[in-house]
Ligand binder design. Structure first.
Ligand code: CTP
Ligand code: ZN
Length: 156
């Protein structure tokens, strides 16, 4: 690692680093983990458009907490190549990829206004994951396909 890179991205002592986020998508990750609506008050640092061997990426570091698995599912939808690093005592003690689920239930709302899931009926939105790159969802009720911003703007 060169000196320049070390200075730009400060290590953390304890917490979670979400790395390899698609560049430009850090704000969406912050929204998912609840930083933007003050659901949590941990120290958060963000790096955007960082150079990496696979092009530019964003990084989000959250101190003192480990990210919940439903939040990881949401992150997988907007950035399927993200990696999650659990840090303890400055060391990466666990590293895993976010995993795109086969079905997405209750974490994204359907973009179709006339869908049964948008009619104040007790029907939870549910999608099949029909594409991985780009992530593509198909509503099991109205069969509407969703991808890209349609998904990221409708993560619950
Ligand atoms: N990191 C951190 N604080 C630490 C240790 C690591 O913020 N105390 C961050 C690093 O900056 C990096 C991520 O956690 O963004 C993963 O660290 P590491 O596995 O050491 O980096 P790489 O080997 O480059 O990871 P990968 O192979 O996943 O790209
Ligand atoms: Zn629908």
């Amino acid at each position: 690692m060169n000196k320049d890179k070390k200075i730009k991205i400060t290590p953390i002592e304890y917490g979670t680093v979400i790395d390899h986020i698609k560049n430009g998508h850090a704000m969406k990750v912050l929204r998912i983990i609840g930083v933007l609506d003050k659901k949590m008050d941990s120290i958060v640092s963000v790096a955007m458009n960082v150079n990496s061997s696979m092009g530019k990426k964003d990084i989000v570091k959250v101190e003192n907490i480990e990210i919940k698995s439903d939040e990881l599912d949401k992150i997988s939808l907007i950035s399927p190549r993200a990696t999650v690093n659990i840090i303890r005592n400055y060391e990466v003690i666990k590293k895993h990829d976010v995993k795109l689920p086969e079905k997405v239930k209750g974490i994204v709302s359907c973009i179709n206004n006339t869908c049964i899931t948008n009619q104040n009926e007790p029907v939870e939105p549910e999608f099949d994951v029909i594409g991985k790159d780009p992530v593509t969802l198909k509503c099991v009720y109205c069969e509407r396909d969703m991808k890209g911003e349609e998904i990221s703007e409708n993560v619950l």
